[in-house]
Design a protein around this ligand. Sequence first.
Ligand code: ADP
Ligand code: MG
Length: 663
Amino acid sequence: MKFSKSDRINLALENMGIDSIDALIHHLPRTYNDFTLTKETQLANKERVVIYGRLVSNPTFVKKGKLTIIRFSFITMNNNFFNIVIFNRPYLYRSLNLSDYYTIVGHYDNSNRTINVQTIVKGQIPSDEMIKPVYSLPSEIENYQFMNMVRKYLFNEQISIPDIVPFSLMQKYHLISHLDALKHIHAPKNFGDVHAGLRVLKYEECLLFTLQTQIIRKENKALQKSNKQMIDTSKINDFIRSLKFKLTHDQVIAVREIILDMNNQSLMYRLLQGDVGTGKTLVAEIAMYGAVLRNDQAAIMAPTDALAHQHYENMKKLFGGNIKVGLLVGSLSSGERKEVLEKIKLHEFDIIVGTHALFSEDVKYDKLGLVVIDEQHKFGVNQRLLLASKGDNTDLLLMSATPIPRTLALTLYGDLDVSTLEEYPVDNRDIVTKVLEEDDKEVFRYVEQSLKEDKRVFVVTPYVNSLKGKNTCEDVFARFNKRFLGKVSLLHGKLSSEEKEEALNNFINGDTPILVSTTVIEVGIDVKNANLMVIYDAPSFGLASLHQIRGRIGRDGNKATCLLLYQDEEQEDIEKLRILEETLDGFKIAEKDLALRGPGDMNGLKQSGMPNFAFANIISDFKMFEIARNDATYILNNASNVEFKSIIQKAKELADMNKFRNV
Ligand code: ADP
Ligand code: MG
């Protein structure tokens, strides 16, 4: 699709994922520039102001090194006088003329009645263009170019967009049409327009989403298992009693819910959510034990080789010789792999631990009854689907470490049953978090202290490859290795699995008590005596990720320290880290994390494993989600109503695409 005569612009649009008119007109403004004039009786110091008037002095131009300054005097229509300064825009100098009229937007300093200019426009802004959309765009496309392109299509007579929301609901909530909503948003006359437009897109999105989850749930509940033996719950209880520690109350409830599901006629489709360290794995292990009790096989899929290894070792210990546990990861030699596949097929393994290698074409299970997916948000939709399709009657247990409050879970995960672990088995976790400006010397002092106490130190960086101004894990590794020679290992996704395993082993056994890595350690690695976590470029991570990462330390119940390092990032970014200093409560953090996200913040959302929304915000639009959820129920209960036909159809299509959607 060519939108512009310029190939450069077309390519840039393509890279933004804008490949249709529909995509173009749904790229909404990031914010608006408001040219509404400020009341001059209400000018506030240091605030943004908009004034209109004329130049009453010839502009002066000064250059100091790299800095350029234009100055002039200005009088508004109300005869108020201002000193105007414009920094670093030398090209404006020639276009400014004495006595000409301008609209000026800038920051006001009342000590000398100065305005520091952000935007200056010749003449008066027409009343219907007072609110100018500002778009997120790559450097190839100017804001006005994009705005004009959008308007060209939007205000074209030919365009027609069908309304998705049923007419009666549009009336009930006084919603304008989808097309009018877009016009309001891209070319508002006032902020009321923007609000009215967004309300339509958000409600539509909420309604379609909640419809989908309810449709998927109905379909799941209709799936039946056949010829299943009941799991003997007294044997489950015996097993629990034989463990070396007592389950937390939440674990007991989760186990009960899961075993009930597994003994139920319809297939289990359950999410087990809980903050890092709440002991999700043990619950999953008991569920797998249950599957084995009725002669099924169980598979658990982990996102990394390292985590799969850890689960494998733990389970061999946990189950002893009675239950045969196998490991299937990408790094096996072809001979080893063949042997493992053979044993899976012959049911010589009861439980199979692995990575995505578990669902390769050539893996055939004898009788796969339960699939557990650890850190499920790390997997794509198809991967989860494929693994579950390896058995005829597979129960599915998804595990997620981004917990959210129950009411929210009900709305977001309407298609899943949810068990939640809130209690920690070790409730004397004592992690002190500090937000610090990056300084290796200071960091090394903390590291020395840890080494003295024979503890382990995690060092995390966001990047493998170099990115302007940011630390890469190789840089940081080099700096640490210079200071703590031979005591440091490096771990990142680009290493071979042998190298990864070696790095991790050396770290765990203490040969190299410092581990520098990317977020590969975010997921699940359990090393008891790590008491220091150093995170470089912390503002690059989402809050929920940072919380997950720091969950790796203090697992022995002793005091641990997490350092969140920033360079000279935006103050705002640093402030957001403070919440981690204040609380260890994963629920609070997840909620804050979601609230901080703007709509369409896809990367962030992917990180936290939440479904992502283009328009609605899960927290601030929560009421709307709840209303939409009720409307969705009503629609499905009255599915024969012709008015609902098209939206149900649409939701079904989306549901088919998203069956094992990113929860
Ligand atoms: P996560 O929920 O983050 O996956 P894990 O399952 O890795 O947490 O559990 C964290 C640690 O707590 C593990 O070392 C595990 O053995 C231990 N653990 C789990 N349940 C209990 C319990 N009931 N009592 C004591 N320790 C437990
Ligand atoms: Mg885990």
